[in-house]
Design a protein around this ligand. Structure first.
Ligand SMILES: C[S@@+](CC[C@H](N)C(=O)[O-])C[C@H]1O[C@@H](n2cnc3c(N)ncnc32)[C@H](O)[C@@H]1O
Length: 354
C-alpha cells in the first residue's frame, strides 16, 4: 500500500527554545561535520545507499517470525529487505518514509507482507491505527538523510553542487531552506545555526545572510549560501568547507528532525507490545541524546531520593529497559562505508508494565 500523506512539518517556525538543545558536545559537533565531509569520500551515485549497521540493527529487533514490524525510515530498503527475510508467512512489515524517491524505490518490493506509507514517522501511531494496528513487535529508526538525498544535487543538501536551496526530505510539502532564509529574522537564524550546527560564527553568518537579502540578493542556491557563509567564517577546521555546520543546521531545521524524533519516541513506547524492541541508529549527538534520555527516563523506576523509605516492589516499574551497550560500526564497516562512522545504535525492550 502506498499512501500519500501530506503531513510534513508546517511552514511555521517552531519555538526553537522549546525544542532545541541548549548545548551540544564537541564530539557531537565533530560527528555533524563528518556526515557532510563523507560526501567527498565516496563516488557519488545518486541512487545508491549503503545500509549502516544492517546485521546489528535487524538482529537487535529479535524478529519473531509472525510479528508485526515497523521500519520508520525506509530509505532504499536495506533494513526492510533484511527484516522481510527473517519474517515468516504471517509476519508483517510496515515502512515509512517522507521522501517521494524512497516511496518510488519501495515499489520494487512486491512482497504481500510489506506495506509502504508516505508519511513522516511522527504520524506513525495515527497511520498504524488507521490500518487497524495498535501493537507492534519491533520498530527501527535509521535517522538522518540517505546517500541518494545527499548525492542528488537537485535536492540542495550539499554545498558541493550548485543547486536550488531546497533541503526538504519531503519535496511535496513544507518550506524549503530558501523559503526559510527569505522570511526569518537575523536573531532566529543565528539561533538555528548555533543550536543545530554548533557553529561558533553563527551570529556573523546570520548577519551576512540577512544583509545579502536586504541588499536585494536573496539566497536561493547552495552555491550562493556556501559563498556568503565562507565570507563570514574566519576560522574553520583544515580540510572542512566553512559552510559545513550551516548546511547541517538548516537541514535539521527544515526537516524538523529533532522534533520528529521527540514526538515519535513516546509513540514507540505506546505501540510496542511486551518484549517488543526499539532500535534507533543516530548520526550525531543531538539525536542520540534524545534517544538515550527517553530510554533512560522509561527505565528509571523513580526520581525519589536514594534513601526514601519505600520498598523496591512498591516503586513504579519500568516500561522499557535498555538492551546491551550502544553498538557502533566495526572498523571494517567504516572502511567500506565512511558515512557509517558516526553511527550509534541504541536498543531498548518494552516491558510488561502498562
Ligand atoms: C539513513 S536513511 C535510511 C536508510 C535505510 N535504512 C536503508 O537501509 O536504505 C533515512 C531515511 O529516512 C527518511 N526520514 C528521515 N526522517 C524521517 C521522518 N521524520 N519521517 C519519515 N522519513 C524520514 C529519509 O527520507 C531517508 O530516506
Amino acid at each position: 500500500m502506498i499512501k500519500g500523506v501530506n503531513s510534513a512539518p508546517t511552514t511555521a517556525s517552531p519555538s526553537l527554545k522549546e525544542t532545541s538543545p541548549k548545548k551540544a558536545s564537541a564530539k557531537g559537533a565533530l560527528n555533524l561535520e563528518k556526515q557532510q565531509t563523507e560526501v567527498s569520500e565516496l563516488t557519488a551515485n545518486p541512487n545508491s545507499h549503503i545500509t549502516v549497521l544492517l546485521e546489528e540493527a535487524v538482529q537487535a529487533l529479535d524478529i519473531k517470525a509472525d510479528g508485526v514490524y515497523v521500519d520508520g525510515t525506509f530509505g532504499r530498503g536495506g533494513h526492510s529487505r533484511k527484516i522481510l527475510e527473517q519474517l515468516g508467512e504471517k509476519g508483517r512489515l510496515i515502512a515509512f518514509d517522507r521522501d517521494l524517491k524512497a516511496i518510488e524505490s519501495s515499489k520494487e518490493i512486491t512482497d504481500p507482507r510489506f506495506s509502504m506509507v508516505h508519511s513522516h514517522f511522527a504520524a506513525m501511531q495515527a497511520e498504524l491505527n488507521e490500518m487497524g494496528i495498535s501493537k507492534v513487535d519491533g520498530i527501527l529508526l535509521d535517522l538522518g538523510i540517505s546517500s541518494p538525498q545527499i548525492d542528488d544535487a537537485s535536492r540542495g543538501f550539499s554545498f558541493r553542487y550548485d543547486a536550488p536551496l531546497d533541503m526538504r526530505m519531503d519535496q511535496s510539502s513544507g518550506q524549503t531552506a530558501a523559503d526559510f532564509l527569505a522570511n526569518t529574522t537575523e536573531q532566529y537564524l543565528g539561533e538555528v545555526i548555533k543550536n543545530y550546527g554548533e557553529e561558533r560564527f553563527a551570529k556573523q553568518i546570520a548577519r551576512a545572510i540577512i544583509t545579502e537579502r536586504n541588499d536585494g540578493r536573496a539566497i536561493t542556491t547552495t552555491g550562493q549560501l556556501a559563498k556568503v557563509v565562507a565570507g563570514a567564517v574566519t576560522r574553520f577546521e583544515p580540510g572542512q568547507n566553512p559552510a559545513t555546520r550551516t548546511f547541517q543546521a538548516l537541514r535539521i531545521f527544515v526537516n524538523q528532525e529533532l522534533e520528529e524524533l521527540s514526538l515519535t519516541m513516546p509513540q514507540c513506547l505506546a505501540l510496542l507490545a511486551p518484549q517488543g524492541r526499539l532500535a534507533v541508529i543516530s548520526f550525531h549527538s543531538l539525536e542520540d541524546r534524545i534517544v538515550k534520555q527517553f530510554i533512560r527516563d522509561q527505565a528509571n523506576r523513580d526520581d525519589l531520593p536514594a534513601n526514601f523509605p519505600v520498598r523496591a516492589a512498591d516503586l513504579p516499574q519500568p516500561k522499557m529497559q535498555g538492551v546491551g551497550k550502544t553498538i557502533k560500526p566495526s572498523v571494517k564497516e567504516v572502511k567500506a562505508n565512511p558515512r557509517s562512522r558516526s553511527a550509534v545504535l541504541r536498543v531498548a525492550e518494552r516491558t510488561h508494565v502498562a
